[in-house]
Design a protein around this ligand. Structure first.
Ligand SMILES: NC(=O)c1ccc[n+]([C@@H]2O[C@H](COP(=O)([O-])OP(=O)(O)OC[C@H]3O[C@@H](n4cnc5c(N)ncnc54)[C@H](O)[C@@H]3O)[C@@H](O)[C@H]2O)c1
Ligand SMILES: CC(C)[C@H](C(=O)O)[C@@H](O)C(=O)O
Length: 326
C-alpha cells in the first residue's frame, strides 16, 4: 500500500539534505508518495507565518513526516510539527561509525527524550520590563509514558544499561516527579536501571560514553545531551532522530539549518538519510532500514566524505555513493 510522506525541507541545509534522503528512499522497492510541505523563513516572508496550516494538516494526515531543518524560527516550526504528529518520544541514537574521526569511537547510545514538557510546555512571560519568568511543566502521565517507552525500547534493543537522567536535587517537584515516576514504572515492569544527575552525566558521557546504552531524559536535557553526544561521534551531521507518537511520527536530523555552510552543497546528509532509515523501521521495513544503514556505513568508512568529516565531497557525491552501495 502507498505510504504518503510529508516532506518538509525547511531552511538552509534542510533544502539540501532532505532531497538526498528522498533519492535514497526512491531507490528502494517501496511505494512512497512524497508530498512537499512549506515551512521556513522564506515562507514567513511571503505568507506571514513560517508554518502554514496546510503544512500542519499534511503532517497530521500523512503516514509519516520527513523534516529537514529550520533556522531562527525553528521553535515556531518544529515544535508545533512535533505536536501535530502527537509525538511524545524523541529517539536520538548517537553512534560512532568506522572511518569517521570521532572523539569517542566507542560511543553507541540512544537518548529517549520526553518530547512534550519541561520548559518546552512554554509558560514564559514578562513579569515586568526587567523580569521574565518561565514555568516548567512535568506531569505524572507524560513521565510514565516516556519511562514505559524508554524501558520497552531498551528491552527490544537488548540494551545492557538504562539510565534515567534528572536534576531532582534542584528541581525537586518537577524532576522529582519525573524520576519517582520512572522508579514506579521500573518496579511495575521489573526493569533494572540507574539514575544520574544531568550535570555529572554530561561529564561521564564525555569521558566514558561506552558506559551508556539507553538514556531516558526530560525534554531540555535530552536536547543538550544529544548535541554533546554529536560532538563525540563526528558532529551534528551524524545524528538522526525520530519523534514518535501512538499513531504518527516525524523523522529529522538533530542538526539545524547550518547557516555557515548552507547553499554550498557540502552538508553531510548522513543524519537525514539515517533518519529516513528510522522511518523505514517505523513502517516495519526493517530490512530496507538495515540496507540503508549499511550503505551509509560503507560510504562513511570508505569515502567519499563531506568536509565536516575531513573530506571534500559534496552532498550529492556522498549521496551518489550511498545510492551505488544500495
Ligand atoms: N530541528 C531544527 O530545525 C533545529 C535544530 C537546531 C537548531 N536549529 C536552528 O538552526 C540554526 C543554526 O543553529 P546552530 O548553528 O546552533 O546549529 P546547527 O546544527 O545548524 O549547526 C551547528 C554546526 O554544525 C554544523 N552542521 C550541522 N549540520 C551539519 C551537516 N549536516 N553537515 C555538516 N555540518 C553540519 C554547522 O555547519 C555548524 O557549524 C538556528 O537558527 C537554530 O534555531 C534548528
Ligand atoms: C530548535 C529547537 C526547537 C530544537 C529543540 O530544542 O528541540 C533543536 O534544538 C533540536 O535539537 O531539534
Amino acid at each position: 500500500m502507498t505510504k504518503q510522506i510529508a516532506a518538509i525541507p525547511g531552511d538552509g541545509i534542510g533544502q539540501e539534505v532532505l532531497p538526498a534522503a528522498i533519492d535514497v528512499l526512491e531507490a528502494l522497492d517501496r511505494d512512497f508518495e512524497f508530498v512537499e510541505g512549506r515551512a521556513g523563513n522564506a515562507v514567513y516572508e511571503r505568507e506571514g507565518t513560517p508554518l502554514p496550516e496546510e503544512t500542519r494538516e499534511l503532517a497530521r494526515e500523512a503516514d509519516a513526516t520527513l523534516f529537514g531543518a529550520a533556522g531562527e524560527l525553528a521553535a515556531d516550526i518544529i515544535l508545533p510539527l512535533r505536536q501535530d504528529v502527537e509525538s511524545f518520544a524523541n529517539i536520538r541514537p548517537a553512534r560512532a561509525y568506522p572511518g569517521v574521526d570521532a572523539v569517542k569511537p566507542e560511543t553507541d547510545l540512544v537518548f529517549v527524550r520526553e518530547n512534550t514538557q519541561g520548559v518546552y510546555a512554554g509558560f514564559e512571560s514578562d513579569l515586568t520590563d526587567d523580569v521574565a519568568t518561565l514555568t516548567r511543566l512535568i506531569t505524572e502521565d507524560a513521565s510514565r509514558k516516556i519511562a514505559e517507552y524508554g524501558f520497552e525500547y531498551a528491552d527490544e534493543h537488548d540494551a545492557d544499561r538504562i539510565t534515567v537522567a534528572h536534576k531532582a536535587n534542584v528541581m525537586r517537584k518537577t524532576d522529582g516527579l519525573f524520576v519517582d515516576t520512572a522508579a514506579e514504572v521500573a518496579e511495575e515492569m521489573d526493569v533494572e536501571y540507574d539514575e544520574a544527575l544531568i550535570d555529572a552525566l554530561a561529564m561521564h558521557l564525555v569521558l566514558h560514553p561506552e558506559d551508556y546504552d539507553v538514556i531516558v531524559t526530560p525534554n531540555l536535557a535530552g536536547d543538550v545531551l544529544s548535541d554533546l553526544a554529536a560532538g563525540l561521534v563526528g558532529g551534528l551531521g551524524m545524528l538522526p532522530s525520530a519523534n514518535v507518537g501512538d499513531d504518527n511520527a516525524l523523522f529529522e536530523p538533530v542538526h539545524g539549518s547550518a547557516p555557515d555552510i548552507a547553499g554550498e552543497g557540502v552538508a553531510n546528509p548522513s543524519a537525514m538519510i539515517l533518519s529516513a532509515a528510522m522511518m523505514l523501521e517505523y513502517f516495519g521495513y526493517d530490512e530496507d532500514g538495515q540496507r540503508v544503514r549499511n550503505a551509509v556505513e560503507t560510504v562513511l568508512e570508505d569515502g567519499p566524505r563531506t568536509p565536516d568529516l575531513g573530506g571534500d565531497a559534496s552532498t550529492e557525491t556522498f549521496t551518489d555513493a550511498v545510492l551505488e552501495q544500495l
